[in-house]
Design a protein around this ligand. Structure first.
Ligand code: 1HN
Length: 352
């Protein structure tokens, strides 16, 4: 009969064997702990705007955009020491009136969610994208981008990037544009007027073959109108309330292959059910206040705060006011789905 084997040896023999393996840069797999499920190094965390804003503004007093190619504070998760979440960066950037921020490109895919300001713009591959608070602007992997503030007030925004993933995959390239800034096309980015026509697409054009959305800018005005329309007629998700994904209008897929973007509305008093998924999430509070319970830990949030929910951590959201709360979020769902590693699970008792 075939069966599992059992071998007699002394502990000294085994110890000597392990020591010899170490010299050869070999490891016995049977001594390595193999967890049943993931446990993120990242911890549940919230950065409050009341602490962030003054520190970002202080950076603008101390360093110019000549010295700091990007005047950015990196929200650093105490568990990972690089980025707000395991695969994602969520940073705050400030650009003062009259400043430009030099053009460059990198393999990191990036997005901006505008927090404060009047106008100002990012030029993405020659397309001038206005930046208005609440708007989402995409700078896909390897696209040239520079920023400028032509208004009379500071601009602050949330930078979302797939930096830690790029580091881990060791695929980081970067390059400076030959000039300070790109020559922008006449007028503003026209991708909004080309692609945001309620499901209608230019039929004379071959479908873009890029892995990212051909639409670079998603105004808050449209997102909010859609959220409010749907909140009036649907329950939405058990776990997220009325939640919408920003999509590539041509494929219906995510905005970029490594980062998925969402916006959600939690009704006044809404308390969602808890679930967990292998993807990690960074939330930015567009409006409202409440808290999110993450693996039993209560993260209180208010307008403009940023919170990090690690992968495979149970989480549920609570809107503690009687008015709607709106959350923007970025996740690594597309990357994990593409690799077949996306999983989701409801909490066994509904809530934590
Ligand atoms: C970057 O290029 C920007 O273009 C912001 O504004 C943050 C963080 C890491 C690497 C590149 C930007 C960044 C970044």
């Amino acid at each position: 009969m075939l069966k599992r084997s059992s071998i007699q040896r002394s502990n000294e023999e085994l110890k000597a064997y392990f020591a010899d393996l170490a010299v050869q840069n070999l490891r016995p797999l049977w001594t390595v702990d193999q967890p049943k499920e993931p446990k993120s190094k990242a911890v549940p965390y919230v950065w409050h705007w009341r602490d962030l804003r003054s520190r970002v503004m202080r950076a603008a007093e101390l360093v110019g955009t000549e010295e700091a190619e990007r005047r950015v504070l990196v929200l650093t998760n105490p568990g990972t020491q690089w980025g707000a979440a395991n695969t994602l960066l969520a940073n705050i950037q400030v650009v003062l009136p009259g400043e430009t921020v030099r053009a460059h490109r990198h393999t990191n895919a990036a997005l901006r969610f505008i927090i404060e300001g009047k106008s100002g713009y990012t030029v993405v591959d020659g397309q001038r994208c206005p930046m208005i608070p609440g708007d989402l602007v995409i700078t896909p992997s390897w696209s040239w981008h520079d920023h400028a503030n032509d208004s009379d007030v500071p601009m602050l925004w949330l930078d979302g990037l797939d930096g830690p993933l790029v580091r881990m995959l060791e695929v980081g390239f970067r390059e400076d544009y030959p000039e300070e800034i790109q020559p922008a096309c006449e007028g503003n980015d026209n991708s909004q007027s080309r692609y945001a026509s309620g499901g209608l697409l230019p039929a004379w054009e071959a479908a873009p073959s890029t892995p990212h959305t051909p639409m670079y800018r998603y105004p808050l005005k449209q997102a909010k109108a859609a959220l409010e329309r749907l909140a009036a007629q649907e329950t939405g998700s058990l776990y997220d309330g009325v939640i919408l994904e920003y999509t590539n209008p041509v494929t219906g897929g995510p905005v970029m292959p490594t980062i998925g973007c969402y916006i959600q509305l939690l009704r006044g008093g809404e308390h969602t059910e808890a679930h967990r998924h292998t993807s990690c999430v960074c939330y930015h509070v567009v409006e409202g206040s409440g808290y999110t319970l993450v693996d039993g830990q209560r993260l209180e949030w208010e307008e403009k705060d940023v919170l990090s929910v690690p992968g495979w951590a149970f989480h549920e959201h609570v809107n503690t006011t009687d008015r709607p709360a709106v959350l923007f979020s970025l996740t690594d769902i597309p990357a994990k789905r593409a690799l077949g590693y996306y999983r989701e699970q409801a909490h066994y008792s509904g809530r934590q």
